[in-house]
Write a protein that binds this ligand. Sequence first.
Ligand SMILES: Nc1ncnc2c1ncn2[C@@H]1O[C@H](COP(=O)(O)OP(=O)(O)OP(=O)(O)O)[C@@H](O)[C@H]1O
Length: 610
Amino acid sequence: MTDMAYSRGRLGGMGALPAERPAGLAGEPPQAQAEAHPRAQASAHASAHVSAQASAHASAHVSARAAGYVQTLSSLLWLPQAGLIAWSVGGMARGAGLADAVAPAALVFGIGALRAALDGWAGRLAFRAARGKLSQLRHDAAAALAGRSPLDQARPASGLAASVLAEQAEAVVPLLARFQPVRIRVTIVPLAILLTVLAFSWVAALTLLIAGPIIPVFMALIGWRAKAASEEQMVEIGGMNAFLLDRLRGLATIRALGAVDMTAARLRAHAEGLRKRTMAVLRIAFLSSAVLELFAALGVAMVAVYVGFHLLGQLNFGAWSGRLTLAEGLFVLLIAPAFFEPLRELSSVWHDRASGEAALNALDGLRTTGVGLPGADAKASRVPAAARGGPSVVVENLAFAHAGAGRQVITDAALAIAPGEKVALTGRSGAGKSTLLALIAGLVAPESGQILIDGRALTGASAAELRTRMAWIGQRPHIFAGSLMSNITLGRDGLTATDLDKALAVAALRDVAAAHGAAPLGEGGIGLSGGEALRLALARAAADPRIDLILVDEPTAHLDAATAAMVTEGLIALSRGRTLVVATHDPRLMAQMDRTIDVEAQVLEALACV
Ligand SMILES: Nc1ncnc2c1ncn2[C@@H]1O[C@H](COP(=O)(O)OP(=O)(O)OP(=O)(O)O)[C@@H](O)[C@H]1O
C-alpha cells in the first residue's frame, strides 16, 4: 500500500468533548461488550428469536382470552348453585324434610369445587401468558436500546431505562393477568344475570339495569384521572432513579465539590414529589372503590326491598307470573349481588389497567428509534479468521455529522492504514479523532463514503461480523462487579488457562491478578487504579484470538508518566501481529507508533488549499 498518508481529508469541528463519553464506548472490545452486556445480548439474539416471539405473542393473547372465558364460566356456575339453594329452601318452607336438601347441598358443594378448580386453572393460565408477554416486551425494548449507536445522545439515561425495564414493566402483568380476564367477564356475566332476573321479574331487572350502568360511567371518569396520575408517578419514579444512579456514579465528584448537602436536598425533593404522586394514585383508587360499593349496595338493597315487599304482598306487580314464589324471590335475591360482582372486580383491578397502560407506554418509549448501530440486528454469521498481522483499514471520501449537529465533523476524509501498522491520530480537541475511531468501529454509519476493513466494506450487513475482530479501548474502561478474571473473560467460552495467562502477560497484569485472586472488584473499577483498569482492558483484547484490529481512544490521558509508560508498553505488546489505531495527544505514545497522522495539520492544509 503506497498512499499511507491521511490525505485530503478534513476532520473539522470546534466543539468541546462531551462531558461524558457515550455508554458502550468504554473499555472493552465491541464484540466482547456485546457478549457481556444484556442490551447487546438481546440484540445479538434478536433475529434468531423473531419467529419464536411472534408465536409466543399470539399464544399469550389466546391464553389470556381463554382464561377470561373460563373464569366467566366459573362465575356463571353460581346460577345453578343459587337455583339449587333457593329450590331447597322453598321445598323446606313447603314442609320437605332436611333429608331432601342433602342431594342439592352435595351438588352445590360439587359445583363450588368445580368453580374453585376452574378459577385456579384460569388464574395460572392468565399469569403464565402475562409473564410470557412481558418477557417479549422487555426483549423488544432491550433490543431496540441495543440497536442504538453509543454515539446517540438521545438514548434514554441508563437509570431510566433500567427502571422501566426492571421495575415499571412489572405493572404489565396485573394488566394482562387480572384486568383482561375481568374485562371479558364484565361483558358477559352481568348480562346473563340480568336476563335470568328478567325471566322472573321485570322490576328487579329494571332496578339492576338502572344501578349497573352508573358504575362504568363513574369508573371511566375516575379512570382518566387515574391513568394521568399513574403516568405522572411513573415519570417521577424514572426521574428519581436516573437522578440516583447518576449521583451514585459521581459520588466522588460530589464529595470533592462539597455538593453533598445540595444533592441530598434534591434527592429529598424528588422523594417528596414521588410521595405526593403515589398518594394521588392511591386517593383515586380508594375513590373509585367507594363509588362502586355505594352503587352496588344501593342496587342490591333496592332489589331486596322490592322482593321482600312483593313476597309480603305489598308490591303486587313486576313478576311475569303475577306473584313470585319464595324460591323464585330467593333465587333473584341470591343472584342480584352476582350482577355487581364483576363490576366490583373491575374496580379493584382498575388501577392495574392505569398503571399497566402507563408501563406499556414507558416500554414503548424505550423502543423509539434514534441513531442506529450499524448491524445491530444482524448476527455475525461466521467468525472471521484473524488476518496475519492484522487487517488493512481504508477510509474513502468519508463524511459524517452527529445527529442534531448543524455541521459535519468529518468531511471528505481519506485514510489508508497498512496491515499490522501502528498509527496515531492526533489533533486538537474536538477535531473528530474519537468520531473517526467510532466510524471505523462501525458504531455509527457515515453519511457518505466508505470504510474497508481488510478490503471488505463496513456496512449494516457486515458491521456485526467485522466488529468481532475489533477491540475498542477508551480512557475509562468499564469494569463490571466481579472478579478480575471474569472481567477479562467477559463470559466468553473457550478461553483456556494459557490464553488467559498470555493475556495477563501482554498487559503486565500477572502481579495484579495474583494480588486480587478471586476477590470481587467493585462496579466501575473500585479496587483498581486507573492504569490497572486500562491494562485490564488490554488483557480483555489480548484474550480474544479473533481480535486483530485495536482501536484506542486517548489511553494515557489523565495518567502519570510512569503509569502512562506501562500502558504504552502494554499497547505495543498487544499490537504485535495486529493493526493499531490510537487517538492521542501524548508525544511519548506517538513516538512508539509507526506513523502519526496530525489531523489538525491536515485541516489547516485543507483550509489553506481552499
Ligand atoms: N455523540 C455525539 N453527539 C453529538 N456531537 C458529538 C458527539 N460526540 C462528539 N461530538 C462532537 O463532535 C466533535 C468531535 O468530537 P470528538 O470527540 O470526535 O473529538 P476528538 O478529536 O476526539 O476530541 P478530544 O481530543 O478532545 O477527544 C466535537 O465538536 C464534539 O462536540
